[in-house]
Design a protein around this ligand. Structure first.
Ligand code: HSE
Length: 416
């Protein structure tokens, strides 16, 4: 027998209103919104006035409400709502990626303590059911790598810049008008939103718990028109890619950085506000998930799916964390990077293992070289002075391979 769900909804913006509409079209779900808590009572809403309140306790203290759906913008109020609801014996569905990334440890403890369910499929890749797949389908130790586009706005901006020659600002305004961008678009553009999502996707993929600021990341804010021309000349595209890969030492390398993508890469197919996830596992080889990663109905569809899962008391088991030996992150690797810049004085050449290509004649210069991952973690030159760093396709070089390659290049140069 399916549980009857009575919902208290926090937020009636792009996602909240989308959910309200979607629920109206799915009466079979046996779920109804009893009350909606909003911040601004003066705003005109496309729903009956008696549905709304500005008092959060009306929802949180209502014993009839057994599910809180939280789709508000601000992370700290969202955390207060979610913790109060779980402590009060209610199940929760949330789409607040920043809040989840920043409070993951506390939220795990609270789920254990209360036995209630906290589901957040909508918080990463919106309409793509990536979390539930990582939890249920990849419930084993065979996940080699996961490579994904997890931010719709930056992907939208890159697509408009590359395919339609819009400039950055025009593309961003369009993303804001269409409701994809965060209210502070810096969160999208500078990679914060993507790394927040990557934080908890790493938990579901590998059992890794790490604070978002500890994960190496950047956004698309430094990508230059010249980089786009280089990409075109190489028949490649530029994407903001979140990547995690199990290395030979059994540990996991993870980062979120702009990357050149070959035309035959699955992620090259991912345009506009779509997201994509390529998973490589032991026996299945490659699998590609594709769908809308932002916007009202795509995000509401994931919230709806979580609500539906609550009818049969579904919970994340965090299998990779609790039932397997969790993986550890490593910084013992090298990355092959393209760096474009205005002056050699901004580039610490000695920090590179080697530089295999450079173009120094043009006003905007660039090089391709290999650098230790740890140096990118420790240093900031690659984010400053209009310098742009983009990974080349297949950027990870493991230590052993690096040593061999280095030896070979020295041999070729007649040095050893
Ligand atoms: N601003 C986010 C994005 C919304 O562009 O992906 C969906 O999480």
């Amino acid at each position: 027998m399916h549980k009857q769900l009575t919902i208290g909804l926090f937020g009636f913006g792009v996602v909240g209103e989308g959910l309200y509409r979607v629920l109206q079209q799915t009466p079979s779900l046996n779920a109804s919104i009893k009350k909606v808590c909003i911040k601004d009572a003066s705003k005109k809403r496309n729903a009956p006035a008696e549905l709304f309140t500005t008092d959060k306790d009306v929802l949180l203290n209502d014993p009839e409400i057994n599910v809180i759906v939280e789709v508000i913008n601000e992370s700290e109020p969202a955390y207060q709502i979610v913790t109060t609801a779980l402590n009060g014996g209610k199940d929760v569905v949330s789409a607040s990626k920043k809040m989840i990334a920043e409070h993951l440890t506390a939220l795990l403890e609270l789920q254990e303590k209360t036995g209630r369910s906290l589901l957040y499929e909508a918080a990463a890749c919106a309409s793509i059911p990536v979390i539930r797949n990582l939890e249920e389908y990849y419930d084993n130790d065979l996940l080699h790598s996961i490579k994904a586009i997890v931010n719709g706005s930056t992907n939208f901006i890159l697509t408009k810049m590359f395919d339609e020659n819009l400039d950055f600002k025009q593309a961003l305004i369009l993303a804001q008008q269409l409701g994809f961008a965060e209210s502070d678009p810096k969160l999208d553009v500078e990679g914060y939103d993507a790394v927040n999502k990557w934080t908890f996707l790493l938990t579901h993929a590998y059992g890794i718990i790490e604070a978002p600021e500890k994960i190496l990341f950047n956004g698309i804010q430094h990508i230059h028109g010249g980089d786009a021309s280089v990409a075109r000349a190489r028949n490649q595209q530029i994407r903001l890619v979140a990547q995690a890969q199990k290395l030979q030492n059994g540990k996991v390398a993870a980062f979120v950085l702009p990357q050149f993508i070959q035309q035959d890469d699955h992620l090259a197919f991912v345009k506009n506000e779509y997201n994509g996830v390529v998973i490589e596992s032991g026996f299945a080889d490659k699998q590609f998930f594709y769908g809308k990663g932002a916007g009202s109905f795509p995000t509401a569809s994931a919230v709806l799916s979580d609500i539906a899962a609550l009818r049969y008391q579904y919970k994340y088991e965090y299998k990779k964390l609790y039932h397997h030996k969790p993986h550890q992150l490593t910084n013992e690797l090298y990355l092959k990077v393209y760096v474009s810049f205005t002056d050699w004085k901004f580039i610490p050449r000695d920090e590179f293992e080697w530089i295999e290509e450079w173009h120094a004649q043009e006003e905007r210069k660039y090089l391709v070289g290999v650098i230790a991952f740890s140096k990118l973690q420790e240093q900031n030159w690659w984010r400053e002075n209009e310098t742009s760093l983009i990974l080349v396709p297949e950027p990870i070089i493991e230590e052993t391979a690096t040593r061999d390659l280095r030896k070979r290049s020295l041999e070729l140069a007649g040095i050893v």
